[in-house]
Design a protein around this ligand. Structure first.
Ligand code: G3P
Length: 217
């Protein structure tokens, strides 16, 4: 499973990309707003740091303007993925762009029916939001499973990019289901490392090693 960093914070992108664990980056208007920086400059800088897909989300709601915004993003770097909302205009923009071999990430997906349309529109990625479905009492992971099953039935090329991933259980279950990508905010990534028995075991090893009085170097 590929892991993308879900952030528009340049410092976080640099920090996490240096771990070698990150395969791409996703941003959205809220993350750009949170960064407090210019969107075009931010996307350009992230694309220069990360070799993989960098999702830049359009802010227009009509197809024609989405396509103009997409052209601006595409002029910034070769690894830009255009992110569009799962709306009629968003899918029309997706089809137009994908017909020209432009990488498109269709976001704000909350149903398998929506995902089916995005696949038919030629999306490279579909972003179902796991956590936000959980927030309203649905099981977001069930949606991931439905989409993976449908895409396998028809051999759609669209990658399932699990988004709104809030904790390690989400990540593990997405991997077990077979999501192609999970995009994780830094705080979720940090959680993946952590286990109390690892900390306890390492302390025990170090305490015992200290008693030997030895050193390797
Ligand atoms: O990529 C979408 C993600 O940023 C949304 O996450 O936790 O706000 O639902 P969240």
């Amino acid at each position: 499973m590929k892991i993308f960093l879900d952030s528009a914070d340049i410092g976080e992108v640099e920090k996490w990309y240096q771990t070698g664990l990150i395969d791409g980056v996703t941003t959205n208007p809220s993350l750009i707003a949170k960064s407090g920086r210019d969107i075009l400059q931010t996307i350009k800088e992230i694309c220069a740091i990360v070799k993989g897909s960098v999702s830049a989300e359009v802010t227009a709601l009509d197809c024609a303007t989405m396509l103009k915004e997409a052209d601006r993003f595409l002029s910034l770097a070769d690894n830009v993925t255009i992110k569009v909302p799962l709306t009629p205009d968003g899918l029309l923009a997706c089809k137009t762009l994908s017909d020209k071999d432009v990488s498109v990430n269709v976001t704000l997906c909350f149903s398998a029916a929506q995902a089916l349309l995005a696949a038919k529109a030629g999306a490279e990625y579909i972003s179902p939001f796991v956590g936000r479905l959980d927030d309203i009492g649905y099981d977001g992971l069930t949606l991931i499973g439905e989409i993976v099953e449908i895409f396998e039935n028809y051999d759609f090329a669209t990658n399932v990019l699990a988004a709104s991933v809030r904790n390690p259980l989400h990540v593990v279950e997405c991997a077990k289901i077979g999501a192609d990508v999970a995009t994780l905010p830094p705080k979720t990534l940090e959680m993946l490392y952590q286990h109390p028995l690892t900390d306890k075991g390492l302390k025990s090893f170090m305490d015992d090693w200290q008693k030997t009085g030895q050193s390797i170097l």
